[in-house]
Design a protein around this ligand. Structure first.
Ligand code: PLP
Length: 282
């Protein structure tokens, strides 16, 4: 029987959520998704650190240490015999009588975690790349927080899937700047230099993004963490997206635009190979 983690205890999955849990009513909470490759929870500590940072940014106190949570998450993984897939962790501010303000600073946060058994994407995806759409970034101005409020991301991704694309790449309402994907970071390569949006309030600083930047340093590749435009992306040599468990996925084309990135994946493939070495998941 599937076990989940509920405030530090492993319990059966069927639990009751109070209708006044602020996560349920306001999306008042934060979350993380961790990839498990061949029994290894990849970069678990980095994900939990980001969870605590997100919580702190919304003035929420997780009543555990990172080390304690790490042990519990690993126990959850073991108990559910998760070999390949995802661990989802979320913390909501807790239960109060409905009011936008949370007033009482002593509300007890609710932490849940559960596992998703899941295979990795088929190898053709990594070989051939995926189509994407470009769509307007209508999110708030604190995208650095991994908040439960995902409605703009949900709508963007749904729009992409309905159009036959894998991901929606977002541009800000100045109509120019590419920020990131609905659940991925975006990299473009032009003249052997790798460009990605700076890690500020407009994007989530992906754990995969950070690993890729480390790999670039290791491989002596030139990186620019600067803003770039839609037309820069459309004129790039290579484009790829990154995220937990999908790792690096090459972009083959942008729907509705007359561009193909399929022929020149040399740097993307180099980075994919290095990342695969780390996740041990070729
Ligand atoms: C908006 C957004 N950007 C980027 C990412 C990629 O981050 P990570 O590599 O930590 O999974 C995610 C992850 O789901 C995301 O939701």
């Amino acid at each position: 029987l599937e076990k989940i983690l509920l405030n530090g205890e492993l319990v059966n999955r069927k639990i009751a959520i109070d209708i006044e849990d602020r996560g349920y009513q306001f999306g008042d909470g934060v979350y993380e998704v961790i990839g498990v490759y061949n029994n290894i929870a990849f970069k678990l500590e980095e994900h939990l650190e980001r969870l605590f940072e997100s919580a702190e940014k919304i003035n929420m106190d997780i009543e555990l240490t990172i080390k304690q949570l790490k042990e519990k998450v690993l126990k959850l993984k073991k108990e559910n015999l998760l070999k390949d897939g995802l661990i989802y962790v979320q913390v909501t501010r807790g239960i109060t009588r409905r009011n936008h303000a949370y007033l009482d600073n002593k509300i007890k946060p609710n932490l849940i975690a559960y596992v998703l058994h899941q295979n990795r994407l088929p190898s053709e995806v990594y070989q051939n790349g995926v189509p994407v759409i470009l769509t307007k970034d209508i999110r708030w101005l604190r995208c650095d927080i991994k908040s439960l409020n995902l409605l703009p991301n949900v709508l963007a991704k749904q729009n992409a899937i309905e159009k036959g694309a894998f991901e929606a790449i977002l541009y800000r309402n100045d109509n120019i700047t590419i920020t990131e994907g609905s659940s991925t970071n975006v990299f473009v390569i032009k003249d052997k230099t790798i460009y990605t949006h700076p890690a500020n309030n407009y994007i989530l600083n992906g754990i995969t993004r950070q690993i890729i930047l480390d790999i670039c340093i290791k491989l002596n590749l030139k990186v620019q963490e600067i803003e770039f435009s839609k037309s820069f992306l459309l004129n790039a040599d290579e484009v790829f997206i990154s995220g937990t468990y999908i790792d690096i996925v090459p972009v083959s084309r942008v729907l509705g635009e007359d561009v193909e990135f399929t022929n020149q994946k040399s740097i993307t493939f180099k980075l994919m190979k290095e990342l695969n070495k780390l996740t041990m998941s070729i």
